[in-house]
Design a protein around this ligand. Structure first.
Ligand SMILES: Nc1ncnc2c1ncn2[C@@H]1O[C@H](COP(=O)(O)OP(=O)(O)OP(=O)(O)O)[C@@H](O)[C@H]1O
Ligand SMILES: [Mg+2]
Length: 266
């Protein structure tokens, strides 16, 4: 039995003015515990829809999602989500944000403090713990979002373009952080991105999705995440194999975009 299993998943949105969008069609996937999975694809191919169903925020039209054999029908603490931006309490301190989940569960203060201290060390924000979130840079805020998600100790971390709003340098540093977290915690991570570089680096397994209807177009098994954990992230990007796969995927997505454009014109 797969750790996280997606069976014949379909999602159709009926539009208020008639017609519908087939956001996902018959997706089946088995994801192992501790797997690092990245998902790429043109805009509108159903990436966020898939993640939102896994999070339990959206109910699929048909098919089934199970986590360790239990069917996913609603949000749960074993599945944590990190969004591109926000979803933090901006007026609260970093510490308050990170301890939010454990506090809601009624965890005693001393235990909460230990969790907060450890996580702020992990994401390198210890000295900022009493600052309000609005006082932090975008990169720091995303580190708070990661720490807050980890505070609930989820088995699966779902990330919808978590680094998309960051500048190139901060983004690269955060990619390193995600890789280290993955290795250190053994969490299962599913990450959506628009960056081919990022998908290659942060995916032992990479899915390329195609639109209309949203489906899995191609799947890769990649060595780069493991290599980047062991060595230097930039060196991995300089690998000829990295460049080769990147070109292949870029052409694939380029072709899909062209088809979407010509379909829209027809
Ligand atoms: N609540 C909704 N009602 C109607 N249609 C929706 C709804 N949510 C998503 N869709 C449609 O479903 C399709 C998939 O959307 P989704 O947001 O999952 O795409 P995506 O791959 O995440 O795109 P992007 O890369 O732009 O974030 C799109 O055609 C979108 O317009
Ligand atoms: Mg999206």
């Amino acid at each position: 039995m797969a750790f996280l299993s997606i069976e014949n998943l379909s999602m159709r949105f009926d539009l208020p003015k008639g017609g519908h969008v087939q956001a996902l069609e018959d997706i089946s996937l088995a994801i192992g515990k501790g797997e690092l999975l990245s998902v790429l694809g043109p805009s509108g191919c159903g990436k966020s829809t898939l993640l939102n169903i896994l999070a339990g925020f959206l109910a699929q039209t048909s098919g089934k999602v199970t986590l360790e054999g239990r069917e996913v029908t609603a949000p749960g603490p074993e599945r944590g989500m990190v969004f591109q931006k926000g979803a933090l309490f901006e007026w609260m301190s970093v510490r308050r944000n990170v301890e939010f989940g454990p506090r809601m569960k009624g965890m005693p203060e001393t235990e909460r403090n230990t969790i907060v201290e450890n996580l702020l060390d992990t994401v390198g924000l210890h000295e900022f713990k009493d600052k309000a979130v609005y006082e932090l840079s975008g990169g720091m805020q995303q580190r708070v979002a990661l720490a807050r998600c980890l505070a609930n100790d989820p088995d699966v971390i779902l990330m919808d373009e978590p680094l998309g709003a960051l500048d190139a340098l901060t983004r690269e540093k955060m990619q390193g952080l995600v890789l280290n977290l993955w290795k250190k915690t053994g969490k299962t991570i599913i990450l959506i991105t628009h960056s081919v570089d990022e998908a290659l680096l942060l995916g032992e397994r990479l899915l390329v999705m195609a639109p209309r209807p949203g489906r899995i177009h191609r799947e890769y098994r990649l060595p780069f995440a493991e290599r980047a954990v062991a060595g230097d992230l930039r060196e991995v990007k300089d690998d000829p194999g990295f460049a080769h796969t990147k070109t292949e995927i870029l052409s694939m997505i380029w072709e899909m975009e062209e088809q979407i454009m010509s379909g829209a014109e027809a």
